[in-house]
Write a protein that binds this ligand. Structure first.
Ligand code: ATP
Ligand code: MG
Length: 393
């Protein structure tokens, strides 16, 4: 079947009253972005309170659907056949042909649902429903009408052209990115943080990201892996500005001056501080991490408290109550898993103590950090000044 358009169904954003157009415009923008690299000419537009993607000419159907299925805010994608209005008799034939081609197995129930925006059309919606229902029954005696729970809901929209559709391909839900401000994702090369970014972006939040690397302890390939992960997340979230911070000197300094069992937690506090600096500089309204209670020593309730204490922006931890396997499941679904498990060390795995504290006490950690007083400010400043910014699309 050759489809000429997609009707885009959106859920939550329909209920936003006067703000509705803001959401629809953001949705249109995100759809355009998602289709930018897909083969074909697309015209994305709002019409009669709905969003359509018209694809006149040749286009790659599979790739188009795949790309649309990544746009937050979309709950359903309906492939539409658009017909020229050549009179009702012609429409009957087209509808029979449509049903025949779409549903080779005729052992199905159906309902016709007509909507008439072109008021000059000679038949009213109810008449269209009845008469098209009849021709379908005549053409395919195995088919039956079920007005309550039909297998096939055949929508017929009469406008300047006639739109036929009956299939709904599920979209990801959520809200269009760009409708809820932006947040700073602490992105490592692991499984969790890309999933965390995906989940917050799904609520309409644009992403920025910060990655801390520690050359030569972490390799260039580890960094490339993070760039790749950012690129995979950006397929959903739109472009991501990725700050790559050289963390080596800070890490070595902490290693030299602080108890080794506190290394990770103190490092995590400096990561949060630096990421927050970039977040505030760019007007982000929060930070995002992939932390989950109890997953590792630095993610016990006590550790999370101590890490959190350095931040003034809210820190969003969408995976906080998730088990690893739930997180893995999402990472597989969003296609980050295979990249996340590539075996390049990230900077946390190099400097891990044998027995890291699992119940750090804030006052004690702050006391240990006094050992850093002499040189840390300068190192932090240098790390900020030498940040490498990568625009990921
Ligand atoms: P992930 O799978 O996301 O790497 P993890 O299980 O390895 O997480 P940690 O290393 O304790 O857990 O990190 C917890 C969170 O801190 C990460 O989800 C991420 O948000 C942030 N983080 C850790 N290391 C880095 C890093 N090198 N750069 C940026 N953020 C980091
Ligand atoms: Mg990690």
């Amino acid at each position: 079947m050759k489809f000429h358009s997609f009707l885009i169904k959106y859920g939550e954003i329909g209920i936003k009253g006067k703000n509705r157009y803001i959401f629809e415009d953001a949705l249109v923008r995100q759809i355009r972005f998602a289709l930018k690299d897909v083969d074909g000419e697309f015209y994305v537009h709002k019409s009669y309170g709905r969003v359509y993607v018209d694809c006149d000419g040749e286009y790659d159907y599979e790739e188009t659907v795949e790309s649309l299925a990544r746009v937050f805010g979309i709950v359903g994608i309906c492939p539409v056949v658009r017909l020229e209005d050549k009179g009702f008799e012609e429409l009957k034939k087209e509808v029979v042909a449509y049903m025949d081609e779409m549903y080779p197995d005729k052992n199905k129930t159906f309902k016709v649902e007509a909507r008439r925006s072109k008021k000059s059309y000679p038949l009213q919606s109810m008449q269209i429903n009845c008469q098209l229902g009849e021709v379908i029954l005549d053409a395919f005696p195995e088919m039956k009408v079920d007005v309550h729970h039909p297998d096939i809901m055949l929508n017929v929209e009469v406008r300047e052209e006639i739109y036929l559709y009956s299939e709904i391909i599920p979209g990801p839900g959520g809200m269009p990115v760009g409708t809820n401000g932006s947040a700073m994702l602490l992105l490592s090369g692991g499984i969790d943080s890309p999933v965390a970014g995906y989940m917050i972006a799904k609520r309409g939040v644009s992403l920025e990201a910060t990655y801390f690397h520690a050359p030569p302890y972490t390799s260039e390939r580890a960094k490339e892996k993070v760039v790749d992960l950012a690129r995979l997340v950006s397929k959903y979230s739109g472009p991501i500005k990725l700050n790559v911070v050289n963390f080596t000197d800070i890490q070595l300094y902490i290693y030299e001056k602080c108890p080794h069992e506190e290394l990770t937690i103190i490092m995590r506090r400096y990561m949060m501080k630096i990421a927050e600096h970039f977040a505030k500089q760019d007007g982000c309204l929060g930070m995002i991490t992939g932390e989950s209670i109890g997953q590792v020593a630095s993610q016990t309730m006590q550790s999370l408290n101590v890490t959190n204490a350095v931040c003034t922006l809210p820190v969003y931890r969408p995976l906080i109550g998730f088990d690893k396997r739930d997180i893995v499941e999402i990472s597989e679904k969003i296609n980050t898993y295979e990249t996340s498990i590539l075996p390049f060390e990230d900077c946390c795995t190099i400097f891990v103590a044998k027995h890291p504290v699992t119940k750090p006490i804030l006052e004690k950690i702050e006391k240990s950090e006094l050992n850093l007083a002499e040189g840390i400010d300068e190192l932090v400043e240098k790390a900020i000044d030498t940040v490498e910014v990568i625009k990921v699309k």
